[in-house]
Design a protein around this ligand. Sequence first.
Ligand code: ADP
Ligand code: MG
Length: 411
Amino acid sequence: MSDIIKLLPDHIANQIAAGEVVQRPASVVKELMENSIDAGATKINLIVKDGGRTLIQIIDNGSGMSVIDARMSFERHATSKIASADDLFKLQTKGFRGEALASIAAIAHVGMKTKLHDAELGTEILVEGSKIVSQEPVAAANGTSISVKNLFYNVPARRNFLGKDTTEYQKILEEFLRIALVHFDIEFTFHHNGDEVYMLPAVKTLRHRIVGIYGAKFNEKLVPVNEETDIVKISGFITKPDTERASNDRCFFFVNHRYFKDRYFNHAVMAAYEGLIPSGKYPPYFLYFEVPTSSIDVNVHPTKTEIKFEENQFIYQILRSAVKQSLGQNNIVSTLDFEQETSFNVPMLKKGESVRMPEIKVNPEFNPFHNTPNREDKNVSAIQSHGFAKMTPKKKTGKIFTIFLKLKRLQ
Ligand code: ADP
Ligand code: MG
């Protein structure tokens, strides 16, 4: 019997990978913009035609590539970002699978012009359906320009599956904003069918970037959120309740500089706004989480926007409380219900799942001058102490959280 197992030819393997990496024009935009950021670009221009069907071009002033790297970058699993499996855990870059360019080049006509900053000449490569058609020296600006034409030209099923140009344009816009809202220190421009959609100069603060995107009037609507606990640091902005919208197109979560979607955390924000906005409406928010990378499921899938948090129930509580405090501090909510803040009811448990609440054991006999308290008593004494009574509601909540988290660890 003859052998029947065969290795797939590269261009087929690339096409299969492309099915995962490139679902629509917006995926190309995301991958290419992330590459530009990883290359240290301070200016990134996005040019799109016909919702990305005809052309997606990204021009950056990043590091550029050598003649050899330019060619190598189209090979599958070609990456300059990891050299060993160990590197996966130290990852600071956006990409690392080395699949994006190979995948895109498998299903489109790709042109790349790139030049290292200290090189005299750049190099231009044309790739069609994984085949390198040409590579030549060329006069070029520092950095990299990649144009992707005729996306899915050789995958009719995918091409026919694309939405209307306006739908694809909308998806591209979403990806563009998700990136621009993190990297406010980078200048971005976006043109669609020759029209300028966004011209966002590099700015010093997130507030400036948000206002750059949504207009000067939005400035007064922004309410800062800042909360720092052992398990998560939350910063960013929510908006005054009268800014509500019928769509959630201005609701953004980011974790460790990456956009993610989370219905559970969205629920936490909505719960904090309860009674302030009508149901079915969304308050715009731009919330940035920082957590230790070990406490989230590393986002190894390039198109995945859902992320698993180890401590999601605590983060829910911290988030809701932080948003509530921000609304309260800005006199948007007349009184802050402190009792409610400290009732740690954990919502949306799965069927049959139960959560053990920490018990704060109050020792009525406790006297700090008489005996050496054990660790738990020390925490409780902090609650009982005179200082606590004088604290502002925000401080109280913070303190309770810290104690709550400590107790949780003691269990
Ligand atoms: P990954 O980003 O996962 O490494 P890609 O296929 O997206 O894989 O890119 C392959 C390699 O090509 C990158 O590791 C990088 O070295 C290089 N590269 C891609 N785009 C750029 C760019 N805009 N500027 C400089 N180098 C780039
Ligand atoms: Mg990449």
